[in-house]
Design a protein around this ligand. Structure first.
Ligand code: B12
Length: 480
């Protein structure tokens, strides 16, 4: 028997993520994990729909009303670590109103802590321990009281026990799964962070690969170490269909590490050029400084890439080594130079409050950001997410301060929540929160940067965007 399924992106709002002041800068993005699952279920003739609470501005009660009208039998919810509290409340509400439905959870937090999630959320019936497409199709064929032991990649309840089945291998050939079912999403409601978009035209995200061979200690590596990519033919087709359906002129290309394999990125760029897509579409992406060179960057530029986000993380070589980033400060500086030379703008990501980091090292990170001078810089306070080497090490050392997963938010300091899961010895949340604000001010409130931004204003929209940003920064100085 096939059930009808509702996939829910939980009501984890921009305010939950960034707090009042910063919420206006946050992105509301397509829940592509759920859309991939939906695409697969549709291909198996399973009735499915998606409720995207953040995009539709729905609260828990609105979701319940929506489920009531449709009477779905399997309810699936996607969860990140910081959205844990929101998901737990939603599960309670759902099971209170629909005690007989089956609640399945999945996403990065579930992949990291499947058994514990079932223990901590008694209303959940099943947790998916990996990629959800095939697993969900198999679950949808089963009744609530069936034996789930034969379905790979889940944790489930059997009486009072929590059982874990055999791991499901990663999907090796990504082209065997259909594209994400964007037609089930309210596509007009999404927007990326302003720093990733040129002007105010719509910029959707496309995922071209999964898996990352690197071993940074702060990363969950949800999709394993093997880089698996869609074929370039399929990627070009997916972009082309986005152009046809939504008349887009820009796109955000995502992968765990897009440039992990030189052969792949070269093939992709050449395919974008040869198909003519590069003439219609400009794109932004994320990368690592040690996986690109001048030749690749120039090819990426030719293929339409206008911006790359690099994870710099810290201005201390000692800390770079400690987080196993496997790059040097010199490599970072060199790659920033050649990227700018290739005509590509840069966003730099920086982490404050890494384990064992001193105040001097935080200041060095801020100084390094100013020296590198990307167009945009983001400074977040380190959160050791479960499933990472960093979390395991700190947990073993008894240094995790909070197991309230809702506090696992890199913007907690700025929000002033008063709780952070980890604070390095000798530091305090107040100090890190004020450093995060200071970092942004020191980076953006430089005359050269203000002039640079103002000189790029092309529309009233741009002007408004920068004005709001500068106002928040100045306000943060007053609130210090
Ligand atoms: C791209 C990306 C983003 C983009 C998203 C763009 C977009 N339109 O999707 C942006 C920049 C917006 C972003 C933001 C954030 N991100 Co992010 N992001 C990623 C990244 C690099 C890839 C995500 C991706 O494309 N996945 C591809 C899809 C197909 O995978 P998926 O969503 O995980 O879904 C699959 C499975 O998880 C599972 N699944 C998912 N949901 C469900 C539900 C059910 C019921 C089932 C059965 C299965 C299932 O099946 C899906 C298909 O196989 C990951 C790293 C990673 N590999 O996960 C980090 C990652 C997911 N992000 C992370 C974080 C923390 C965040 C932020 C909270 C950061 C912040 N401080 O604001 C925000 C939260 C955004 C939000 N949704 O609320 C963490 C999550 C860690 C954790 N334990 O929670 C990750 C893992 C990176 C890390 N630090 O290790 N992110």
């Amino acid at each position: 028997m096939k059930h009808s399924v509702v996939l829910i992106n939980p009501p984890f709002s921009l305010e939950d993520r960034y707090g009042k002041d910063m919420k206006q800068f946050g992105a509301v993005t397509e829940p592509l994990g759920l859309a991939y699952i939906a695409g697969y279920l549709v291909s198996k003739n399973i009735l499915v729909r998606i409720i995207d609470a953040p995009a539709e501005n729905l609260a828990g009660d609105d979701i319940i009303k929506s489920i009531l009208t449709q009477a779905e039998e399997i309810i699936e919810i996607s969860m990140l670590t910081p959205s844990f509290g929101v998901v737990r409340n939603l599960c309670k509400k759902i099971k209170h109103v629909f005690p007989d439905c089956m609640v399945v959870l999945g996403g990065p937090h579930c992949i990291a802590l499947p058994e514990q999630t079932l223990q901590e959320i008694p209303e959940a019936d099943i947790v998916c321990t990996g990629e959800g497409e095939k697993t969900m199709a198999e679950i949808a064929e089963k009744d609530k009281n069936s034996d789930f032991g034969s379905i790979k990649g889940i944790c489930y309840r059997s009486g009072d026990k929590i059982l874990r089945t055999e791991e499901r291998p990663y999907i090796r050939e990504l082209d065997t799964i259909p594209p994400p079912a964007r037609h089930l999403l309210p596509m007009e409601k999404y927007h990326l962070t302003a720093s990733r978009v040129e002007g105010d035209s719509y910029c959707p995200t496309i995922i071209v690969a999964r898996g990352c061979p690197f071993s940074c200690t702060y990363c969950s590596r949800t999709f394993g170490r093997t880089f698996r990519a869609h074929s370039v033919k399929r990627i070009v087709e997916e972009i082309q269909s986005l152009v046809d359906m939504y008349q887009i002129s820009q796109i955000n290309i995502e992968a765990d590490t897009l440039t992990a394999k030189k052969k792949f990125i070269k093939e992709l760029c050449n395919a974008l050029i040869d198909s003519g897509v590069s003439k219609k579409i400009k794109w932004t992406c994320e990368s690592r400084v040690d996986t690109v060179n001048e030749e690749i960057l120039r090819l990426m530029r030719k293929a339409g890439c206008w911006q790359i986000s690099y994870g710099v993380e810290t201005g201390s070589q000692r800390l770079l080594d400690l987080i196993n980033k496997s790059v040097t400060l010199k490599q970072i500086e060199d790659t920033f130079k050649i990227t700018k030379r290739a005509g590509i703008t840069i966003r730099g990501f920086f982490m404050l409050g890494l384990p064992t980091e001193t105040r001097e090292e935080s200041i060095a990170t801020i100084a390094f950001a100013r020296k590198l001078d990307p167009l945009w810089a983001q400074f977040t306070i380190t959160v050791p997410y479960p499933g990472t080497v960093m979390f395991d090490e700190l947990d073993r050392a008894g240094q995790i301060k909070s197991y309230d997963w809702s506090s696992y938010n890199t913007w907690s300091g700025w929000k002033g929540d008063g709780v952070m899961p980890f604070i390095a010895e000798g530091r305090s949340i107040e100090e890190l929160a004020s450093l995060q604000k200071m970092a942004l001010r020191k980076f953006y409130l430089r005359p050269s940067v203000v002039v640079r931004f103002l000189s790029t204003v092309k529309s009233f929209h741009d002007l408004k965007k920068y004005f709001i940003g500068f106002r928040v920064l100045i306000k943060s100085r007053l609130a210090r």
